[in-house]
Design a protein around this ligand. Structure first.
Ligand code: SAM
Ligand code: DTB
Ligand code: SF4
Length: 343
C-alpha cells in the first residue's frame, strides 16, 4: 500500500508526465486520498493541460437502432432482450446531415453517429463514410461508433475524414464476462489498435453502476491508461436504466462522491485526455456535475436524448454552465441568439 503523503509528493513530481505503467495499487491509493487532496491534484493537472473554464459539447445520433446481435447486458438495443425498442434500418444521409446541422445550431461542436452493429458490413460502411464526409463539411468534428472494425475499414473511415472512433472497453477485465459474452475484451482492444493505426483519434471509456466494485472501475481506468497511447477522449457513462436487460438485477448507482473520486483519478492517470460525463447525467445533481468538472471532466453530451435514453434538457445544461462561468459552444450559441433577438 502506498502512503497518501508519498503519493502526493510523487504526483507533484510527475505532474505532467504521461505514463503507461500504472498499477492498480497506485490508482487505489489515489482514490483513497482525503477528498481535498485528491481534488487538488486532479485540478492542478487539469489546469496544466486544459482551460479549466471550458467544457466541450457533443451531440449523439443513433443512425441505426436496435436489433443488435451482441448481448451487452446493459443495452436497450440488444436483440437478446425484450426491451420494447423498435429496430430501424440505417438512416438516409440527408436526414443525418439535417440532424447534424440542427445539432450544430444548438451548440454541438462534435457529432457522434452510432449504429447497433456487431461490426459494419462493407456496403453499410460506404454509406457511413459518405455521412462522415458530409457532416465534416458542416464544419463539425466527427465521431462514429459502429462496433468492431477491420484494419481496412478503419482506413476507409480515416480517408472519409473521420476524427474520432468510439469503442468502449466498458468495464474491468475481471467484470467483463459478467456483462458481455458475444465478444471479448481482446476483440475490443484489437479494434482500438486498428483505429489508432489508421490515424483516427480514439474515444474509449466505459460504464459505472452495473453492480461492479470500485476496484473494477479503477481497473478499467488503469487498463485505458496502460494502452500504447491514452485515448484522446474517455467517456464515463453512468448506467442509464433500461427495463428488460440483465444489468437491472445488479445495478447499483454509485455514491456521488465515489463518482467524483473516479473522475479525479481518471484525470490524474490520463492528464491530456478529454474526460466526458456521458450517459447518466440525468441522475446527477448540478452540484455533482460541478464537482466532476472540478475533478477534471471537460466534455458532455447535449440534447434531450442520447441514443435511446434520456439526457438533461438543454435549458438545464445552459443554465448550469452559465452559473459555473463555463465557456462552451452551447453558451456561445445561446448568447448569439439573445443578441440577435435584442438587435
Ligand atoms: N454498437 C456499438 C458498440 O457497442 O461498439 C456502438 C454503440 S454502443 C450503444 C456505445 C456505448 O454506449 C457502449 O459501449 C456503452 O458504453 C454505452 N451504453 C450503451 N447503453 C448504455 C446505457 N444504458 N447506459 C450507459 N451507457 C450505455
Ligand atoms: C459512449 O460512451 N456513450 C455514448 C456514446 N459512447 C456512443 C452512448 C450512450 C448511450 C446511452 C444509452 C442509450 O441512450 O441508448
Ligand atoms: Fe449492440 Fe453496442 Fe448495444 Fe452492445 S452496446 S448490444 S454492441 S448496440
Amino acid at each position: 500500500m502506498v502512503d497518501a503523503a508519498e503519493m502526493t509528493r510523487n504526483t507533484s513530481q510527475t505532474i505532467d508526465s504521461i505514463r503507461h505503467d500504472w498499477d492498480r495499487a497506485e490508482a487505489e491509493a489515489l482514490y483513497e486520498l482525503p477528498f481535498a487532496d485528491l481534488m487538488f491534484q486532479a485540478q492542478s493537472i487539469h489546469r496544466r493541460n486544459f482551460d479549466p473554464n471550458h467544457v466541450e459539447t457533443a451531440s449523439l445520433l443513433s443512425i441505426k437502432t436496435g436489433g443488435c446481435p451482441e448481448d451487452c447486458g446493459y443495452c436497450s438495443q440488444s436483440a437478446h432482450y425484450d426491451t420494447g425498442l423498435k429496430a430501424t434500418k440505417l438512416m438516409k444521409q440527408a436526414d443525418v446531415v439535417a440532424t447534424a446541422q440542427r445539432a450544430k445550431e444548438a451548440g454541438a461542436s462534435r457529432f457522434c453517429m452510432a449504429a447497433a452493429w456487431r461490426n459494419p458490413k462493407d456496403r453499410d460502411l460506404d454509406q457511413v463514410c459518405d455521412m462522415v464526409s458530409a457532416v465534416k463539411g458542416l464544419g463539425m468534428e466527427t465521431c462514429v461508433t459502429l462496433g468492431m472494425l477491420t484494419p481496412a475499414q478503419a482506413t476507409r473511415l480515416h480517408d472519409a475524414g473521420l476524427d474520432f472512433y468510439n469503442h468502449n472497453v466498458d468495464t474491468s477485465p475481471e467484470f467483463y464476462d459478467k456483462i458481455i459474452t458475444t465478444r471479448t475484451l481482446q476483440d475490443r482492444i484489437d479494434t482500438l489498435a486498428h483505429v489508432r493505426d489508421a490515424g483516427i483519434k480514439v474515444c474509449c471509456g466505459g460504464i459505472v453502476g452495473m453492480g461492479e466494485a470500485v476496484d473494477d472501475r479503477l481497473g478499467m481506468m488503469v487498463l485505458l491508461a496502460n494502452l500504447p497511447a491514452h485515448p484522446e477522449s474517455v467517456p464515463i457513462n453512468l448506467w442509464n436504466e433500461v427495463k428488460g436487460v440483465p444489468v437491472n438485477e445488479t445495478a447499483d448507482r454509485p455514491d456521488p462522491i465515489a463518482l467524483a473520486r473516479l473522475v479525479a483519478v481518471t484525470r490524474i492517470l490520463m492528464p491530456r485526455s478529454v474526460v466526458r460525463l456521458s450517459a447518466g447525467r440525468q441522475y446527477m445533481t448540478d452540484e455533482l456535475q460541478a464537482l466532476c468538472f472540478l475533478a477534471g471532466a471537460n466534455s458532455i453530451f447535449i440534447g434531450d436524448v442520447l441514443l435511446t435514453t434520456k439526457n438533461p434538457q438543454r435549458d438545464r445544461d445552459t443554465n448550469l454552465l452559465d452559473r459555473l462561468g463555463v465557456k462552451s459552444r452551447l453558451n456561445e450559441v445561446k448568447s448569439a441568439h439573445a443578441q440577435h433577438a435584442h438587435d
